[in-house]
Write a new protein. Structure first.
Lengths: 314, 389
């Protein structure tokens, strides 16, 4: 497989094969590229694409820097950084996929175990669809034409699925064992640690039992376990917290533990919700978003009070 | 709760247990696939699950536990675990799970429920829940999800409904989110008008835009919606879908023409005065009624325990029978396994009910001699005690 393919998609078997035999010359440049890869991922949430034509030794360095950046991320010993790194790598790859040939797109899909047939649309099994589709209202299965177990997608939607599959593949391969990692990579990791923001600590929001309705408690718990919540879930949680009197800054801070956190986007949306005076979703809406977890006997999560007893979720 | 007296002496529990034991000695209950990877739960007189986190290593062990311990309810995990008897749940190491749906007549909110309550069933509710199960399988699981008939197992729950198991290996690894999405698909939760092929398009020379919509040949939800509305139009029942009466009458006058245009996806002939009403009614009729969010957890919860097919149900003494031919299946007859031998019981209260070939009751504070299967039925419902003269 050609070198440029490997540099766009360094997580593939082809890239791995290439690296097992290739020799990279410039150790210093390699470490610098790898550092940038991790720093950009953690700081900005994305790795900038290269718009210039690279010669072969440069392309090879790109591929190699992926391998080194994985060592660096592993040395940071944080699931948060790993997740953020995997998201950025996946976004980088999907940007390349968007302008790549169908042949390459299908090749990547096959490597990720996502069978696809192109018949004008990109047809995938509902199992793969549910595994990799974004957890948002736009991608709800009920609003898709599902026939004989197959969902047919537009190209950009299919690539969005692949992005998630890439993220999961990269994430599941990390962290690497850190024994035997060369000292110069360890030094690079130290340098990275010094220039990235600290891993956000969960805010000290007291999670006493019964203080919040079960749906909100569940969302707060999910947030704590460093899961990326769906857009709908975040929205419901943010608006609820604003409604019960939490400040915009506090809500933003709460979400900052999410690995795919982007402060400007989050702040914009929360301020928007505040300005418009949105009211927390009713129980019926929470239910239709799939966020209701209990039958509390109230009409809105806002109506839930400590000690109110309803049908238990047995 | 039930009187303390029952707890102390409890001849009824002993009797039911003895009868269940005799049955399990006589008949071998088939084990589920990969029995050694399942978690098991046993229930008794007081609760449907009294102990769980049990592991049963083989078909022989299952048989001996049924004969020796004779739980009044036996259920097993839809999940496969590496260590099914470890706790807490995280240590079991989840490997996957079957996809299971629970259809209970109690979820259907039928008019007969107000007559007999949730404790009892009648032919009306059992037929309705059967229809709902057939709908799930034949209108959703097979055409939309592409499962084959032989991957789908249907069994009577032993009480008020049916459990539908999908054994296809491709669904095993689906997580809770994916299962919730499947439930939302079946129940039409979060379904969106604009995603169903409805679209307002401008027509040159006309002020009003015209409404295009799904056609009869569309797959999945859009096709179902087109078919239902065509059917209601043909049967002159559009009012049931929230179309105003006057509007409906106007449409019926030219019904052939309207039917033809819906066929082609031209929907502007049906003026939807109250779109939300229409939508709620149409989706409400087409959705699979899987109960509320908590009932739906049977499908979404990947650690759920479910009744073992072909085992006895401690609230009815009926068998959770595997269904071969749903059209011919009569749960109140085909799930009866106990005999005709008369048993003397004292009945507290029971509405008229049918088990087997016969209809019994209503009863109120009376002593009776009923066939063993009917006596057990009432004792399990805790509406009768043994009576020795």
């Amino acid at each position: 497989m050609e070198l440029s393919f490997c540099s766009k998609y360094p997580f593939t078997r082809e890239a791995k094969d290439l690296m097992s035999s290739a020799k990279v010359g410039d150790e210093f440049q390699l470490a610098e590229l790898a550092k940038r890869r991790v720093i950009n991922s953690v700081k900005d949430g994305r790795i900038p694409l290269l718009n210039v034509e690279l010669d072969d030794p440069q392309l090879l360095l790109q591929v190699a820097s992926y391998a080194v950046s994985r060592m660096i991320v592993s040395l940071l010993k944080s699931r948060y950084y790993v997740n953020r790194y995997a998201i950025a790598e996946a976004k980088r790859a999907s940007s390349y996929l968007e302008r790549d040939s169908d042949e390459n797109v299908l090749h990547i899909a096959r490597e990720l175990g996502v069978e696809c047939e192109i018949d004008g649309y990109y047809a995938v099994s509902f199992q793969n669809y549910l595994r990799y589709a974004p957890k948002s209202v736009d991608y709800k299965l009920v609003n898709r034409k599902l026939r004989e177990g197959v969902v047919r997608l537009k190209r950009e939607e299919f690539i969005r699925l692949l992005e998630e599959a890439i993220k999961m593949k990269i994430e599941s391969g990390l962290p690497l064992k850190t024994e035997g990692i060369p000292d110069r990579v360890k030094e690079a990791a130290d340098a990275v640690r010094a220039s990235i923001p600290k891993e956000p600590k969960p805010t000290s929001i007291s999670l006493e039992r019964g203080e919040f309705p079960p749906c909100i408690s569940k969302l707060l718990e999910d947030l704590k376990t460093v899961e990326n919540l769906s857009h709908t879930a975040r929205w419901a949680l943010a608006v609820y917290l604003l409604n019960v009197g939490m400040k915009v800054d506090e809500v933003v801070r709460l979400f900052s533990t999410s690995p795919d956190f982007d402060e400007s986007v989050t702040r914009y949306q929360i301020e928007h919700a505040m300005k418009r005076g949105y009211k927390a979703s009713s129980c019926a809406s929470m239910d239709s978003y799939g966020l209701c977890v209990s039958n509390c006997g109230v009409k809105s999560p806002l109506g839930y009070r400590r000690g109110s007893v309803g049908k238990s979720a047995a | 709760m039930e009187s303390l007296q029952l707890r102390v002496s409890n001849p009824e529990e002993d009797y039911v247990k003895r009868k269940f034991r005799e049955y399990y000695e006589r008949v071998e209950v088939p084990a589920p696939e990969e029995i050694e990877r399942r978690e098991w739960g046993f229930g008794g007189w007081e609760r449907k699950i009294e102990t769980r986190h049990l592991r049963i290593g083989s078909t022989d062990e299952l048989r001996s536990r049924l004969v020796r311990d004779t739980p009044l309810f036996i259920s097993y995990s839809v999940a496969y675990y590496e260590f099914p008897d470890m706790r807490p749940m995280e240590r079991k190491n989840w490997l996957g799970a079957d996809l299971v749906f629970d259809l209970d007549s109690d979820h259907l909110e039928l008019p007969c429920k107000s007559r007999h309550g949730a404790k009892w069933v009648c032919d009306e509710c059992l037929n309705a829940v059967k229809e709902e199960s057939v709908k799930l399988v034949e209108q959703f699981l097979i055409p939309d999800f592409g499962f084959s008939k032989k991957e789908i197992e249907m069994n009577f729950s032993g009480n008020r409904g049916y459990h539908i198991h999908v054994r296809d290996k491709s669904v095993r690894e689906l997580g809770a989110y994916a299962r919730r999405e499947i439930v939302d698909y079946l129940t039409g939760t979060g379904i969106d008008f604009d995603s169903m092929g409805f679209e307002h398009v401008a027509v040159s020379g006309r002020k009003e835009r015209k409404l295009l919509g799904p056609t009869l040949t569309d797959p999945a939800w859009p096709g179902r919606i087109a078919k239902l509305v065509s059917q209601l139009l043909a049967e002159k029942k559009l009012e049931e879908a929230g179309v105003g009466e006057r509007e409906a009458r106007r449409i019926y006058k030219k019904d052939a023409q309207f039917l033809e245009s819906i066929k082609e996806g031209k929907w502007d002939v049906v003026k939807l005065e109250n779109k939300e009403d229409f939508w709620r009614n149409v989706v409400g009729r087409l959705r699979v009624k899987l109960g509320d969010r908590i009932d739906q957890n049977v499908t979404a919860d990947t650690g759920k325990l479910i009744r073992l097919p072909e085992s006895l149900h401690g609230e009815s003494a009926l068998l959770a029978r595997r269904v071969r031919d749903i059209d011919k299946f009569d749960p109140l007859k085909d799930a009866v396994v106990f005999g005709e031998q008369p048993v003397r019981i004292k009945i507290k209260k029971a509405p008229q009910f049918r088990v087997g070939e016969h209809t019994f009751g209503p009863f109120k504070d009376e002593e009776r001699e009923l066939p063993e299967y009917a006596a057990l039925f009432l004792i399990c419902k805790k509406e009768a005690v043994l009576w020795k003269s």
